[in-house]
Design a protein around this ligand. Structure first.
Ligand SMILES: *[C@@H]1O[C@H](CO)[C@@H](O)[C@H](O)[C@H]1NC(C)=O
Ligand SMILES: *[C@@H]1O[C@H](CO)[C@@H](O)[C@H](O)[C@H]1NC(C)=O
Length: 354
């Protein structure tokens, strides 16, 4: 090989290498990161309005001076309006709004027999509904209709039930509360692949900041959360947007330009007081739609000035099972298997933790 050819060959290799590296850097989104704006200095998210005044107006059923920019106008095909009519002397304490997938019949049945069981405690009013969108399979739908007739706990809404429509599912869940179930103290939104301990939730909502220490420390035990507090609690993340192109969660700068998300509670399990839910629902009218539901709620929370409350006993990653590990567990992700949920929950119930 002549000297000249050798140089050409090396040059060629060099060009290939540079091109490859550039492509990789591009795909990983490293350039995009450089172009992000500073969340702490620059953050704003449409729509810019005086939200406090609007929340007040909406809460008091006055006409609002600014037309909402974002309204979820899907239709309730079944609304379970009888669910929260309450003829008991006790106020409804807790409503589970379970975000379920159309064909997860077994999950729903396991939940009805475990943490979603409404008569778990004779002196605490609990309600459970499952939120579903729609599909295009007639057989599946007729099974869901039968399930509804049997249990009367399925709230079905006419949007396509798919992962990127989770924000619609969530916000229609909020809307369902406002329209049909506004008389509970607490609302817990949960995915259908979670282990939940209702007993520990009831302990947590009495005194969130001192849970679980107050259970064993008498000095901390003279507190009960006032009902007008705006609590939005669960496993809180502080994270940055995914910028690599092949991520399921890829977000462009155009969609969201900042280097961090506002703090948000992971979507699998979170609890809200009525006041927090009302403010966030009304806040959504003035918060531009975002397709990830947990991020969207984080954006709304920031807008209406609610700080998400972190509790490590909501496990975003599956909590490894031992009897002791689950003593204070409120929620744990990773229960794709209904039979495992039944086993673990029954065991925890028998030792007083569920
Ligand atoms: C709110 O106002 C509408 C009419 O603007 C009325 O129909 C409705 O009953 C009011 N609701 C409450 C709770 O006051
Ligand atoms: C979300 O639901 C709407 C209404 O059914 C539908 O038009 C849209 O295609 C769905 N989007 C996704 C990403 O599934």
């Amino acid at each position: 090989m002549s000297f000249r050819n050798l140089i050409l060959k090396l040059k060629f290799k060099y060009i290939i290498a540079v091109t490859a590296i550039t492509c990789i850097v591009y795909v990983l989104g490293l350039f995009t990161h450089l172009l992000e704006e500073d969340f702490y200095l620059k953050f704003t998210y449409p729509y810019n309005v005086n939200i406090e005044k609007l929340l007040y107006q909406l809460h008091n059923n006055e006409s609002v001076e600014t037309t909402p920019i974002n309204v979820y106008n899907y239709k309730f095909l079944s609304n379970c309006r009888q669910k929260c009519t309450n003829d008991h002397k006790n106020q409804i304490k807790l409503v589970y709004i379970v975000k379920s997938s159309l064909d997860n019949f077994k999950h729903r049945n396991a939940i009805r027999q475990t943490w979603g069981y409404e008569r778990r405690f004779s002196d605490v009013q609990i309600r459970t509904v499952f939120i579903l969108g729609i599909g295009n399979n007639a057989d599946l739908q007729s099974k869901i209709n039968n399930e509804y007739l049997k249990y009367r706990d399925i709230v079905q809404i006419n949007f396509e039930d798919s992962y990127f429509n989770n924000t619609i599912k969530t916000m229609m869940g909020f809307k369902w509360v406002i329209n049909f179930c506004y008389n509970s103290n607490f609302y817990m939104f949960v995915d259908d692949d979670y282990y939940i301990s209702t007993r520990n939730i009831l302990r947590f909502i009495r005194n969130p900041t001192n849970y679980p220490q107050y259970l064993t420390n008498n000095e901390l035990d003279d507190f009960e959360l006032p009902s007008d507090v705006r609590l939005y609690a669960g496993y809180v993340f502080f994270s940055s947007p995914h910028r690599h192109l092949f991520s399921k969660w890829y977000v462009s700068l155009h969609e969201y330009p900042y280097h961090l998300w506002p703090p948000y509670v992971t979507a699998g399990a979170y609890i809200l007081t009525r006041k927090a839910l009302f403010d966030m629902y009304h806040g959504s009218f003035y918060t531009k739609h975002f397709r990830f539901d947990d991020i969207y709620l984080g954006l709304i929370a920031k807008k209406v000035a609610i700080e998400p409350f972190h509790c490590e006993h909501f496990h975003f990653y599956k909590q490894t099972y031992t009897d002791g590990n689950y003593k204070f567990t409120i929620a744990s992700h990773g229960y794709e298997s209904p039979s495992e949920l039944l086993k673990v929950w029954n065991r925890q119930k028998s030792i007083g933790n569920a």
